[in-house]
Design a protein around this ligand. Structure first.
Ligand SMILES: [Zn+2]
Length: 320
C-alpha cells in the first residue's frame, strides 16, 4: 500500500508552483505551469487539477492516494477559505476549495500566499523550532505572513499580517496599488526601493554609480550600497528604516519570537537584515528589541511547503 501524498500549490500571477510531498513534508517533486489569467482567471483551478492528475498518473497514483491539497493564493483569504478578490489573478470573491473540488474530489484547504510562505518556513525552513514568527516578503510588493502558536493567522477579513499596507510613509503623494497613500510597500517593495533611490538621486547633486544604470533595480541599489556608494547607502538606510519601523509595529502587537525576511530583495542577505535590525531596535518597544531578524531559507518554494502543511494540519481525523 502506497503512502498517501500531499500537494502544495502556490498560485502566483505568472506561474503556479506545484509540489508533491509525503505527509512528513519531504518534497518528492516540484513543477510549474503558467497562470492563465484570461477570462478572469476562470481556467486556473481546472488547469491545476489537470496538472495534479498528470503527476498522479505518471507516478501510478490515483486521486484516492491524495490526502489533501493546500492552495496559496495572492490575496485575502478568510478563515473559512473564501478568497476576497485576487486582483493579480482576475478573481472576485470565490470559494476556491469548493470550486477546486468540482475538478478534483479531494480535501482542499486554501490560504493567503504570504501566510503559506510563513507556514512553510515554520515547517521546513529557517523558522523551524519557533512557535511564533512573522515573515516579511520584500519583492514586487511587501507581503507578510504571521504564525502564532504554530498556526497561520488569517484575520477575520483575511487581511492579518498585511504589513505592506501599514500606513507609515509620511508625506507620500502617490497612491499605493491598494488606493491608499503612504503604505510601507510604496517605499520598501522592489519598485518602492527604486522609487526612493530615484528621488534621492534627483534631490542630490553628488555622483553615484546608480546614475549610470538604465532600468535601475532594487538589486542594483543594494549592490551599490554594499560597495559603499553614498546615495545608494542613503536609499538602503531609508528603506530599512521604514521596514524596521514596520517590524516594530508588528512586535508591539504580537511580539513574535523571530522575524524572517524573504522575497527577491532578501538576496541582499545579512547586509539587508542587519540594516533592518538597526532600525528595528531604534523603533521597537524595549522588551522586544532583541528579537532575531533572519533571512528566509526556502525562497520561492516556501509557499508550496506551507500550502502542503496547511492541508496536512486540517485533514480531519479519520480521513487518514
Ligand atoms: Zn497599500
Amino acid at each position: 500500500m502506497m503512502n498517501k501524498v500531499l500537494f502544495g500549490i502556490d498560485i502566483g500571477g505568472t506561474t503556479v508552483k506545484c509540489g508533491l510531498f509525503t505527509l512528513n513534508g519531504e518534497l518528492l517533486e516540484k513543477s510549474e505551469i503558467p497562470t492563465d489569467k484570461q477570462d478572469n482567471g476562470s481556467r486556473i483551478l481546472s488547469d491545476v487539477a489537470a496538472h495534479i492528475r498528470n503527476i498522479l498518473e505518471k507516478r501510478c497514483l490515483t486521486v484516492s492516494d491524495v490526502a489533501g491539497v493546500g492552495i496559496g493564493v495572492p490575496g485575502a483569504v478568510t478563515p473559512d477559505g473564501i478568497v476576497n478578490k485576487c486582483v493579480n489573478l482576475g478573481w472576485d470573491i470565490k470559494d476556491v476549495a469548493k470550486e477546486m473540488q468540482t475538478f478534483l474530489p479531494v480535501f482542499v484547504k486554501v490560504g493567503n500566499d504570504a501566510n503559506m510562505a510563513a507556514l512553510g518556513e515554520f515547517w521546513k525552513g529557517s523558522a523551524k523550532g519557533y512557535q511564533s514568527v512573522m515573515l516579511v516578503t520584500v519583492g514586487t510588493g511587501v507581503g507578510g505572513g504571521l504564525i502564532i502558536d504554530g498556526k497561520p493567522v488569517a484575520g477575520v477579513h483575511g487581511a492579518a499580517a498585511e504589513i505592506g499596507h501599514l500606513p507609515i510613509v509620511e508625506g507620500e503623494q502617490e497612491a499605493c496599488n491598494c488606493g491608499k497613500k503612504g503604505c510601507l510597500e510604496q517605499a520598501a517593495s522592489a519598485t518602492g526601493i527604486v522609487r526612493v533611490a530615484k528621488r534621492i538621486l534627483a534631490a542630490a547633486e553628488t555622483e553615484s554609480v546608480l546614475r549610470n544604470i538604465d532600468n535601475l533595480t532594487a538589486k542594483d541599489v543594494f549592490d551599490a550600497a554594499q560597495a559603499g556608494d553614498a546615495l545608494a547607502v542613503q536609499t538602503a538606510e531609508m528603506v530599512c528604516e521604514y521596514l524596521g519601523r514596520g517590524l516594530a509595529c508588528v512586535a508591539a502587537v504580537v511580539d513574535p519570537e523571530c522575524f524572517l525576511i524573504g522575497g527577491g530583495v532578501s538576496k541582499a542577505g545579512k547586509y539587508f537584515t542587519d540594516l533592518i535590525g538597526k532600525y528595528y531596535q531604534k523603533h521597537a518597544f524595549h522588551p522586544s528589541r532583541g528579537t532575531k531578524i533572519v533571512t528566509a531559507q526556502l525562497g520561492n518554494d516556501a509557499g508550496m511547503y506551507g500550502a502542503a502543511k496547511l492541508a496536512a494540519d486540517n485533514i480531519k481525523n479519520g480521513a487518514e
